[in-house]
Design a binder for this molecule. Structure first.
Ligand SMILES: *[C@@H]1O[C@H](CO)[C@@H](O)[C@H](O)[C@H]1NC(C)=O
Ligand SMILES: *[C@@H]1O[C@H](CO)[C@@H](O)[C@H](O)[C@H]1NC(C)=O
Ligand SMILES: *[C@@H]1O[C@H](CO)[C@@H](O)[C@H](O)[C@H]1NC(C)=O
Ligand SMILES: *[C@@H]1O[C@H](CO)[C@@H](O)[C@H](O)[C@H]1NC(C)=O
Ligand SMILES: *[C@@H]1O[C@H](CO)[C@@H](O)[C@H](O)[C@H]1NC(C)=O
Length: 276
């Protein structure tokens, strides 16, 4: 019974085993330098070098080809004169990588019918728009708008305001996407309250920071003065002047009085003498 079953399915079994072995050898021939093998991911920092490596484990003089999004890298305009291939080390290097260099890269050896694909992701950087750096001192009732500019592949922004973490708008704080289409990049408070005096942190994550465990962050402290604070200072100065004047006046009066009294007593003996 069992033998019958096996003999009936043996051709299928052989095919199945053969395909397993084949898959095994094909994936073993090339060794890519992934940062995360489970997602075939390689990340880089913008303006730094991106180095893809693809070792060939099989003995022999094989030619390795590199392509991006299915096109030979030698035929891509945006890569012209920006990359080098080190044949002996099986490396493809972009020495100063741009945000737009992210994508799907493939190393392949045609003679072996072998290829491996890299998901190349640009790590995230964030900064506040430069015009906002000096605008951290505000008066109650003014409009606060912060633009957190994120560079990198597909960044996801969350904000921390004081001790609260926000990933969507609240009644008071509005979060919107910016011109680049990055969600939550703009934070707006139409009319600030004294209680909005706190730290505002923009944090961005993507597939690269999920691996490094280090999201990109930038923080700004927004200081808010009461509407009448300046008036109070002015009134305080006036009050101070008034009090000082009053003290001086009172002192002057007292001194005059004692001088008169003293001259009275000084005079009295003379007067007595005169009387004598
Ligand atoms: C590729 O080969 C080089 C030199 O033998 C070795 O240093 C490197 O670790 C290898 N890389 C991978 C991803 O296997
Ligand atoms: C890619 O271009 C290089 C240089 O022109 C060439 O040597 C290589 O064979 C090409 N690879 C493929 C897969 O077409
Ligand atoms: C190369 O591999 C593909 C799929 O992995 C297969 O369809 C094709 O027949 C193979 N070619 C050769 C020449 O082995
Ligand atoms: C967060 O801040 C609010 C108001 O500033 C306060 O009421 C609350 O206790 C704080 N929560 C924590 C966990 O610090
Ligand atoms: C990033 O991760 C998400 C979810 O984990 C996945 O859907 C997406 O394809 C990844 N992107 C890249 C470029 O690897």
């Amino acid at each position: 019974m069992e033998c019958k079953l096996i003999s009936r399915y043996s051709p299928l079994l052989v095919l199945f085993l053969a395909s397993l072995v084949n898959a095994q050898t094909v994936s073993d021939i090339l060794h890519p330098n992934y940062d995360d093998p489970s997602s075939s991911l390689k990340y880089y920092d913008i303006a730094k070098a991106l180095t893809l490596g693809c070792n060939i484990t099989k003995e022999g003089d094989y030619e390795l080809s590199w392509s991006k999004d299915g096109e030979n890298v030698s035929e891509i305009d945006s890569l012209r004169d920006r990359y080098k291939i080190i044949k002996e080390e099986r490396k493809f290097i972009i020495s100063r990588a741009l945000e737009s260099d992210a994508g799907s890269y493939t190393c392949s050896v045609r003679a072996l019918n072998a290829s491996r694909t890299f998901n190349v992701v640009a790590n995230v950087i964030v900064k506040f728009e430069s015009t906002e750096i000096g605008k951290t001192n505000m008066v109650e009732g003014e409009k606060l708008s912060l633009h957190c500019v994120a560079f990198g592949t597909n960044p996801k922004i969350t904000w921390t305001v004081g001790n609260a973490t926000l990933s969507t708008s609240t009644e008071h704080i509005v979060l919107e996407e910016d011109d680049k289409g990055v969600e939550n990049a703009r934070l707006t408070i139409e009319s600030v309250l004294l209680s909005d005096y706190t730290d505002y942190t923009c944090e961005a994550r993507n597939n690269a920071t999920d691996i490094t465990g280090k999201p990109a962050q930038v923080t700004i402290t927004v200081r808010i003065r009461g509407k009448y604070a300046a008036l109070y200072v002015f009134l305080g100065i006036i009050a101070e002047v008034v009090v000082l004047c009053a003290i001086i006046l009172i002192c002057e009066k007292r001194r005059n009085k004692t001088e008169i009294e003293e001259s009275d007593t000084d005079n009295s003996p003379d007067q007595e003498k005169l009387k004598k």
